[in-house]
Design a protein around this ligand. Structure first.
Ligand code: C2E
Ligand code: CA
Ligand code: CA
Length: 551
């Protein structure tokens, strides 16, 4: 609730209020201000007046028109509109982010907030508040003064939440590398700044411009008409014709299934790269029906399946065996897809599509739920039974993944220590701090983390020492023919010894022969998995397998 400030205007002079604001100014980096509506008098503290070269009457006052002079021309109308509501429509607070121009001509994003003061007749008398040029600092790209990627992510979440319509534009400067190499990085920086300026120049209220990494810019727009976007692009092209060209990918907010900024960004990036590979300097719009042209039918079918509660997907399970006594430790859940049109499909064929389109995030949670339901059944007979699920990097990037997993195990009252999560592309987890935070949340309830396919890609023990994990799964290629490869033998021996010292369990994947198994027995690995014991099988077959194995 906004307090009634009429008493302040009544009992104290404005000068006292201003003195008070001036005193507060000693305690904050923000700039306090007071604006008297009737006279247009505007008081602003000295630090701000100096920084933005605002004239004053000797007492710290200027006129509101002096303030409008330093507001970025593109933002003046929005500000005027808000002022009209404050003065004439009883709006009682002001909260805007817009640009001021400092004394050197630099554009500075400020956050301005204020509260309206009423007079004795309860009419709007004025407004006091604060201007901050630091509140938005973390969101500003230093080189261009534009908002950065973090801000774009937040903006896209707001847009998706509000279900507003519009388009996401990803713009890449063509040949920035060559410009850097030929004319030097300084010239490259100048080009980036020129592009930023031209984009800002053309972007009015329905478009917001962001600078992402390197040579990428992005615009979140509320324009729904494609033709308008094309003419926007042509204007930019014209203004930049002596500077550089841009390749642009455009995606309508409505056209992405998973309403998240990383997903819409991925779609746009694919399109933009396609434009670059097709001669650059052009704009392409996402066409729901054309993406992944080679797999077009499959993508559509998967999309429909995901929308229908993952219809057509099912899980098979492969036992994980304790090397000590060859008893069954648990199972790994592996995903399959079956349809009338395509028959049974293996993960190699559909996981990349699910990842590219972000649908893996939905399917991945379905896998978790399904695996938990099945494991609950097994645990009735075998109370120590474990289930492992696979999780790719794309799923981990979901910023709510930690909570989503916890919610599902909560829903089924499933004991966390019966669940393993196998990370399939651990080399991407470079932001250790962030991922360890996720793992810590899981570990609190007992969930264990395994690194899958160890030894492939860029995974290494040194690298893993930063991640808080419980198990390493050594890839099949090192296990295969281990009896004939002294290199593989030494590798697994070293890994298992090191792992033991650090309390990490080792599971050897892809054991196919008794010879391989015999060698592994002599090493310190705890678990093994492979066709030698059992191939992945549907739940019913696994029930029988467990019975036959005297569990
Ligand atoms: P992975 O996690 O390394 O799974 C082991 C793969 O090796 C499975 O293939 C399994 O069938 C196969 N395999 C097991 N034992 C043997 C053996 O003795 N010899 C040989 N030649 N192969 C063996 P699959 O089921 O085709 O899965 C392939 C990959 O797809 C998995 O590799 C995993 O990275 C991914 N994947 C499977 N299900 C899921 C899922 O639900 N979510 C995610 N994100 N990825 C999954
Ligand atoms: Ca796995
Ligand atoms: Ca593996």
């Amino acid at each position: 609730m906004i307090r009634d400030f009429s008493k302040i205007v009544d009992n104290y002079s404005i000068d006292m209020l201003v003195d008070f604001l001036d005193a507060i100014n000693q305690t904050t980096d923000d700039y306090m201000y007071f604006w008297e509506f009737k006279t247009g008098r505007f008081w602003l503290n000295e630090k701000a007046r100096n920084r933005f070269a605002i004239p004053d009457d000797g007492e710290g006052y200027c006129n509101i028109s002096d303030i409008l002079e330093i507001v970025h021309p593109k933002d003046v109308n929005g500000l005027r509109e808000d002022a009209r509501k404050l003065i004439h429509e009883n709006k009682d607070t002001h909260n805007m982010e817009y640009r001021w121009i400092d004394k050197d001509g630099n554009c500075v994003w400020i956050s301005c907030r204020g509260v309206v003061v009423k007079d004795q007749k309860n009419m709007p008398y004025g407004m006091f508040g604060r201007v901050s040029d630091t509140a938005l600092k973390q969101y500003i790209d230093k080189r261009t003064g534009l908002f950065n990627k973090e801000r774009m992510n937040e903006r896209m979440s707001l847009i998706f939440d509000s279900e507003k319509k519009g388009h996401f534009l990803l713009l890449g400067i063509d040949n920035l590398k060559e410009i850097n190499n030929t004319y030097g990085r300084k010239q490259g920086d100048i080009v980036i700044k020129q592009v930023a300026d031209v984009l800002s120049e053309h972007a009015s209220t329905p478009y917001t411009v962001f600078r992402l990494d390197g040579d990428y810019f992005c615009i979140c727009s509320f324009v729904t008409d494609k033709d308008r976007i094309v003419s926007f692009y042509k204007n930019i092209q014209e203004d930049l014709k002596d500077v550089c060209t841009l390749s642009v990918g455009v995606v309508a907010y409505d056209d992405v299934e998973i309403k998240e900024s990383v997903i819409i960004y991925q779609y746009a990036e694919q399109l933009m790269n396609a434009v670059k590979n097709n001669g650059k300097n052009s704009i392409a719009f996402y066409d729901k029906n054309a993406i992944g042209s080679a797999n077009m039918g499959a993508v559509d079918e998967l999309r429909e399946s995901v929308a229908n509660n993952c219809e057509g997907f099912y899980l098979v399970y492969q036992p994980q065996i304790k090397l000590g006594d060859t008893s069954v430790y648990g199972v790994e859940a592996l995903l399959r897809y079956k349809s009338d049109k395509y028959g049974v499909k293996y993960p190699d064929e559909f996981i990349p599509i699910l990842e590219r389109t972000g649908m893996i995030r939905v399917v991945g949670l379905w896998v978790l739920e399904q695996a938990i339901k099945d494991c609950i059944e097994w645990r009735k007979k075998y109370p120590d039974f474990h289930v492992s699920i696979n999780m790719s990097y794309e799923q981990l990037k979901d910023y709510k993944i930690a909570e989503k997993v916890l919610d599902i195990i909560d829903k089924y009252n499933f004991p966390g220590n019966a669940l393993f999560i196998e990370l399939t592309e651990s080399m991407h987890l470079q932001d250790f701090v962030h991922y360890n935070e996720i793992f810590a949340k899981w570990k609190e309830v007992g969930i264990e983390i395994a690194v899958d396919d160890f030894g492939t890609g860029y995974s290494s023990l040194a690298y893993l020492s930063n991640l808080n994990i419980d198990e390493i799964k050594i890839d099949r290629c090192f296990v295969s023919e281990i009896q004939n490869s002294s290199y593989n033998y030494r590798l697994i021996k070293n890994i298992t010894e090191l792992a033991r010292e650090t309390n990490i369990r080792v599971c050897c994947e892809g054991v196919e022969t008794a010879d391989e198994l015999n060698v592994l027995r002599g090493l310190e690995a705890e678990l093994a998995q492979g066709y030698y014991f059992a191939k992945p099988m549907p739940k019913e077959d696994l029930d029988n397998y467990l019975l036959q194995n005297n569990m």
